[in-house]
Structures are given as C-alpha cells and as structure tokens.
Design a protein around this ligand. Sequence first.
Ligand code: DQQ
Length: 544
Amino acid sequence: VKVKQVYRTGYHLQPKKNWINDPTGPMYYKGYYHIFYQYNPKGAIWGNIVWAHSVSKDMVNWIHLEPAIVPSKPYDKYGCWSGSATVLPGDKPVIFYTGIVDPKPSPGHQVQVYAIPANYSDPYLREWIKPDDNPFLKPTSENISAFRDPTTAWYNNGHWKMIIGSRHNHRGIAYLYRSRDFVTWVKAKHPFHSKRDTGMWECPDFYPVASKGTNGLDTSTLGKGVKYVLKNSIEVTRYEYYTIGRYDLIKDIYVPYNTTEDGWGGLRYDYGNFYASKSFYDPSTKRRILWGWANESSTQNEDIEKGWAGIQLIPRKVWLDPSGQMLLQWPISELETLRRKKVELNNVIVKKGNIVEVKGLIAVQADVDVTFTFSSLEKAELYDESWAEFPHHDLGKSICGVRGATVQGGLGPFGLMTLASHNLEEYTPVFFRVFKTINKKHKVLLCSDATPSSLNPKEYKPSFGGFVDVDLSEKKLSLRSLIDHSVVESFAEGGKTVITSRVYPTLAVIRNVHLHVFNNGYEPITIKKLNAWSMKTAKTTSIN
Ligand code: DQQ
C-alpha cells in the first residue's frame, strides 16, 4: 500500500517503519550519543520487542544501526524489554534489560539480563554479547509479571545500586538491589521507595541534581548541595510523575520532600503525550538529558496503514529550578543547528478576537519562541472552585477541556494556533489562561488542545493542561513550541511546564500550514517578541 506520509516528522527521531516505544539505555560513548528504543521489527503495533539502536554526534542527525539486542536465549525469547546503560569506570558500558521468559502470566514472566559490547573499540557499539551467567536476577519474592525496567546503576558506600520497577497488589514499588562486583546483585530489605494505590511503576529513573546552576550530575554523585529526583511511569494512568527528595544513605532509601504530592496529582515532566522517559548524564557537556516517547493518537488501523507508530521526542536538558521545587526542561541547544531563516514580530498588540499571522515560515516544521506581555491582571477570570471536583490527578487537563481556545476569557486565552489550515478548519492551539482565586492568588494554566486539530473524526484529540508556577509581577509569559507535522512540544516559562500533543490534520499538511497568534480574552496582550524559524529536516542514514 502506498500511503501519503504527511505525518512523519522532519526532525524527531523515528525509524523508517514499524512500531517504537520506550527510549532505553541512553549514553555517551567515545564521541557518540547512543539511544536504543523498544522496537517491533515486524510491524506497526506493539510486539516482538527488540532494542533498536541509533547513534549520533549531536542527538539531531542520526545513524540507524541494526537492533542491538534481540531475543536469542530462553530467558528473553518473548521480548527484550526496557532497561538502562551504566558506563563503568574505564569507559566500559553495560546494559541491563528485562527479558521475557514466558508470555504467561500476562504481560510476561520477567527476569533481568545484562549485555556487554563485543568490541569496545567500535564507537558505534554495534554488537552486544549476553554473557553466560544470565539472567542475573530472577524474581523471588517479587511479582514475576511486575518486575522490570532496571535503572542506570550508581555507586556509594562500597556498592553498586540500582532499582527495578514493581508493584505489590496496588502499591507501586521501586526495589533496590546492591552489588559489590556488578555481577552478584542482592535485594535490599527495604524498597527504595513505594507508594500505595499507584499500581505498577514502569521505567523508574533516579538521579541527583545540583541545587545551583544548570549542569547535570553523574548518577553516582553525592554530597552537599545535591538533591535527588525519582520518576515513575504509572501503568494505570499512562502518565509519569516525579518528586524531588533526599537520599537517606543510612537507610538506603529515597525520601521525597513533602513540597509536592508523591504520586497522582504530583509533578510531571510533561502534561501531554510523554511516557517511559529516561535520563542520562552527558559527561562531554556536563548535562543531564531526558528522552521521552510519544505514542500515536491515531487509530491502530491508521498506524498499520502508514506503517509506523511512535516517535522519540526532542531530548531535553533537565536541571533544578532555583526554587528547588521543580525541574526545568529545555530542548537541547543542538536542535538550533536546524534553524533556517528567522521571522520576527516585535511589540504587536493583539486585542480580543484578533489573530496575527506569522508569515514567511514553513509552519509545518518550525521552532517558535514568543514572549507575551499585558498591562494588568485585573481581568483574570475567576477560578471556579467547583473544579476541585474534577478527577484531581489531572485538573489542568479537565479545565482545558471545558475552557478551550474559543471560550472567551479575561486574561487569556492567548497563545499560538499551530498547524492551522487556510480557513482555520483545523488548528492546534497552545495557550495561556490566567485565573484569580477567591484568595486573590493567580493561577496560570497552559493548554495544548487537540480538539480542533483535525477534521478526521476517528482520531483521539485530547485537551491537555498543566499549571505554570510563575510569579506574574512582571506581567509576562513566554512560550516555545516545536512544531513537526504531527507533533507539537510546548515549553512554558523557560521549561517550567511542558505539554506534548500528537495531531493529524487533514488540510493543514505540508505547505498548507499556517501559524497564528490569537487572543480571546478581554485584556489586550502584546507580542513583545516572537522569533520563529523554519526547521531543516534532520539527516538520517542507515547502516545495517
Ligand atoms: N514498555 C516495556 C516495558 C515497560 C513498558 C515493554 C513501558 O519494559 O514497562 O515494551 O512503556
């Protein structure tokens, strides 16, 4: 079948065809960034899972290699599931992953496997070996079908340590394992962390962050001024939550600070389509970099027809906000090498009901960075206290669902209409709406709403929303959106709140795409500065 490939991205990582999910084992080795990901070599739906492998000098342009890890042993016969890489002293990478021994009990009987490079002098690390002492961990007291996704290991107090995601009844758990030699691993008496009623914890990620500056830290870093992040992907909600906390070295457990909720209702890297993320420390630039996966919002039949499903999102640098209360995320600066000519708007006033087109752009594949100002907070609409009755774990989403871009407000909704068709039959709005509570506090909401994105009635078109923890005293809000055919990744206020949407316009495709700024609030807003760039298509080559 020949399908028009209007939804393939121009600068996101995706293989030529077939299904992909979780990013796994990201690392930096001998001048190359490595990313692996869950891949079905046989089709566009999940199954037959292997580790696909791509390498890059800049995480923008990619070389696709043959899969690095495929089922070849009795212990991974039914799949090579997610895991992580640890680069041991002496520049020796080791991969940990979950092998599926048997499809039963559903979703599979899980064990932990390690793999090492066949040839350390190959910077591409094309060939991986599974030594004979595998699997190195079998579930004992753990739930055999909920024991997966080992993390990058860290070292302290004479031991290597790592966590594995699990659950016990409805309690989500990260089990801690220790090893002196990286070969024999023993389960700690106490879980590293757990939380009732959160269900299976997939793809846990644990790492230190510096309390000052934007540099990342190696996963084994300890000491003063170091805080920690624990992230879990919650199988039940399909969302991820993280907390910031401390590492209790005596008890060898993680303890979140009680500044935000631990579990549903807590902080998220992304309030949209983003799952099974994993970070790594890049020693060459001293950054911590986060990879996340976005699945399709189209139907399975459409995925099969187009022959592929899933993309890896743009890697994000992550660091601790100066407040110490949340993380900040920003697209890696290498992405800017794809920017073409710049289009600018300065000091343009947008009154209620007005739309300003950003012209001279290839709006289907663009990077937009805008700062809005306004002269008063007076008109902010009242925060409706009855919203407290919405399902608490996704309040922002619920509000964006009832107050879309066309629902008039006081201060906002204002923002971008991305992937817009000529007569606005289709567009994906990304916008702010400012509320005032009865206690005269302001709440800023960022929405990314797929509802008007496509005339195709079959697609899943969720409204996503997340609050932005910002001080409005400067009467200013900023937004950056990465637009790439079927994906819009939006970063509010320098990366305080991020939302990713997948959309499938029928008219707003290829050259028929526009970008606008809009305002549907009574308070006029000013486009203080808008910079937009058409983006080049990333270079990809395949060696296999
Ligand atoms: N995907 C993998 C599992 C992981 C899940 C299987 C998360 O290892 O728990 O493809 O998306």
